[in-house]
Design a protein. Structure first.
Length: 188
């Protein structure tokens, strides 16, 4: 039913225009998503290599100056400072290298997350006064990246993926590993 100002007619014409454009927009969106899907391995690879290199580099620096790093642990009141500093430094060095390579990625994220939890609990939280401070803390951001790698895995371009293929483990839609056991398929 049309009003005196023709609002109903205008709404109908507008909807008709959208209905005509919808297949065009859907086609272009579908093509864009397909193109992005073909290169979806690049994002995890870049994040993993850069993030892993960061941790490899900091780990090397801490291992080469372990006495100085240990003194920081003493100042922070970390229990067993020499052992804790060595463990933290080597965790960062080895963890960074493995993350770069995409080897044992999910497994290595666990000690890295523990390292971050200790840092936040014993060192960083003393300087954080508000929720904004926590959200902006580097260690929280690092923890989120480790958590993402733990949950999502290293991506297609990784040694983990190569090893999985060699062992006959193939990814299923959604990256859930699938194994063949006899005649049946098992989703991990």
């Amino acid at each position: 039913m049309a009003t005196r100002d023709g609002a109903s007619h205008h709404r109908c014409t507008s909807l008709h225009g959208f209905a005509v454009m919808r297949p065009f927009i859907a086609d272009k969106a579908s093509r864009l998503l397909q193109a992005l899907h073909r290169v979806d391995w690049i994002g995890p690879l870049v994040v993993r290599v850069v993030f892993g290199y960061f941790w490899l580099e900091t780990g090397i620096a801490k291992v080469h100056n372990l006495d100085g790093f240990t003194q920081r642990f003493v100042g922070w009141g970390v229990p067993y400072p020499a052992f804790s500093a060595g463990l933290s430094a080597w965790t960062e060095l080895v963890g960074g290298l493995l993350i770069m390579l995409g080897l044992f990625t999910r497994l290595v994220c666990i000690p890295m997350l523990i390292n971050m939890a200790v840092a936040v609990t014993l060192v960083v939280s003393a300087n954080l006064m508000s929720l904004d401070d926590y959200v902006e803390a580097d260690e929280i951001v690092y923890s989120l990246i480790f958590f993402w790698l733990l949950v999502s895995g290293p991506g297609k371009a990784s040694l983990d993926t190569l090893v999985a293929r060699m062992l006959g483990i193939r990814p299923q839609a959604g990256n859930a590993p699938v194994r063949r056991i006899g005649m049946r398929t098992v989703t991990d």
